[in-house]
Design a protein around this ligand. Sequence first.
Ligand code: SF4
Ligand code: SF4
Length: 111
Amino acid sequence: MSTTKNGQEISMSRPSVGEAGRTGDWRNDRPVMDATKCLAVKQGRLTCQICWVYCPDGCIAQGIGPVIDLAYCKGCGICAQECPAGAISMEPEADHGTCAIDAATAEEAGR
Ligand code: SF4
Ligand code: SF4
């Protein structure tokens, strides 16, 4: 995709939610936000939003604080890397009881 700015054509990517399918179905790690550390929440204003800027899947909605749509998050961890306040951490899906492989293993074991 490209767009024209100041008379020059520049390359530009505009990801949209769900463009790559329900990537949340095969995610290994999920981003977990600690709102108490989020700069936007602390300031009570629509500031920062760096996580929204960097998410390649466009699955973070701007807000005070931002909201992650886990159905379309692939767990890349970019938001956690880029958050200047350390407000987002990546946690294994298995810790949330949502890992499909773990569920199948538990079923086989009769748990
Ligand atoms: S990048 Fe971090 S501090 Fe900034 S809005 Fe997102 S969660 Fe909040
Ligand atoms: S881990 Fe963060 S940056 Fe990566 S897809 Fe999920 S919400 Fe977006």
